[in-house]
Design a protein around this ligand. Structure first.
Ligand code: PRP
Length: 307
């Protein structure tokens, strides 16, 4: 894989040298996951942010259509180190992998996808009431750095079994007494008769940046574009009419992203309010607004924004 990366990397640099428009400087490079569900989610996010590209078969590089940006397809867990080393300028990967890599990066943006938690999990019926009960026991994980740090904070010494996957079966294989693993829906734990003893961290997909990016303007443009899409996906726009006498209550219910817009109506005892609300709270907010006498409550999707 690295050989292929190097060959394509040098070919890519050669093609850059030969291109007049690209002689001016180095294309900004964004590293994204090469496969799996996250790679699809990230490609869609980039597309919505106006960073469209077409990946040719299993190529490791793709050039964005309308912006001087190059996409590099990488293993998700290599993205933090490759960003820190400057092989890519920006990287999209899990915050869990960034924390585990322990490298020096700038975390620019949380992307509102891929949320998961890392938890210390023990067998359903294990008599463990405190982290200290793990002293001298075996703990399997593919997050040795985060686990070591957490155990050290609790003053617990264990035998750490470092693995690159399938951690959840290590108790039944009698390799470990407990595991530190990612939990999303909890179904993997249930299937392996494990339970969460304690959460160690909560993470989601993030955009990270190398500390010495040359084209900081372009990096900032990418961040702003992605930020617009992420906010648009998380928030929605509510418009409604409300009696002026209830406006203060209405503003409490819908404080907006910054503040709500209030406009006068022909009927002077009423006003119109426009405010952004969190998408996942819309129904509850509409119900609360109805209870204070609001009417003509309309939700409008935001497809993109700059705030
Ligand atoms: C991850 C993680 C857990 C599982 C959690 O495994 O390591 O095993 O997903 O998801 P759930 O709570 O929704 O069941 P993944 O499938 O990525 O493979 P891995 O075990 O090789 O890490």
């Amino acid at each position: 894989m690295w050989l292929q990366f190097n060959v394509e990397f040098h070919a890519s640099r050669e093609s850059m040298k030969n291109s007049k428009s690209e002689d001016a400087g180095r294309l900004l490079r964004i590293g994204i996951p090469s496969k799996g569900r996250l790679s699809e989610v990230v490609a869609e996010l980039l597309h919505d942010a106006g960073l469209s590209f077409r990946r040719v078969s299993r190529s490791l590089f793709a050039r964005c259509r309308d912006v001087p940006v190059e996409i590099v397809f990488l293993r998700t867990d290599d993205i933090p180190i490759l960003t820190a080393e400057g092989a890519i300028d920006l990287g999209i990967t899990g915050a869990d992998l960034v924390a585990e890599a322990g490298v020096d990066l700038i975390e620019r943006l949380s992307l509102g996808v891929g949320s998961c938690r890392l938890a210390l999990c023990v067998p359903d019926h294990a008599e463990i009431v405190s982290p200290k009960d793990l002293h001298g026991r075996r703990v399997a994980t593919s997050f040795p750095k985060i686990t070591r740090d957490w155990l050290a904070q609790h003053g617990v010494e264990v035998h750490l079994v470092e693995l690159s996957g399938s951690v959840e079966i290590m108790v039944s294989l009698d390799v470990a007494d407990a595991v530190v693993d990612l939990v999303e829906t909890g179904s993997t734990l249930a299937a392996n008769r494990l339970r969460v003893f304690e959460d160690i961290g909560c993470y989601e997909t993030v955009l990270v940046q190398n500390k010495a990016v040359v084209d900081t303007n372009m990096a900032d443009r990418i961040v702003r574009r992605l930020q617009g899409v992420v906010i648009a996906r998380t928030w929605t726009l509510l418009e409604y009419n409300v009696p002026r006498s209830r406006l203060a209550e209405a503003e409490n219910i819908t404080p907006g992203f910054n503040s709500p817009t209030v406009s006068a109506l022909e009927e002077t005892s009423w006003c119109s309010v426009r405010a952004m609300v969190r998408r996942n709270e819309t129904h509850e907010i509409m119900e609360k607004l109805e209870l204070i006498g609001a009417s003509a409550i309309i939700e409008t999707d935001i497809s993109n924004c700059r705030l």
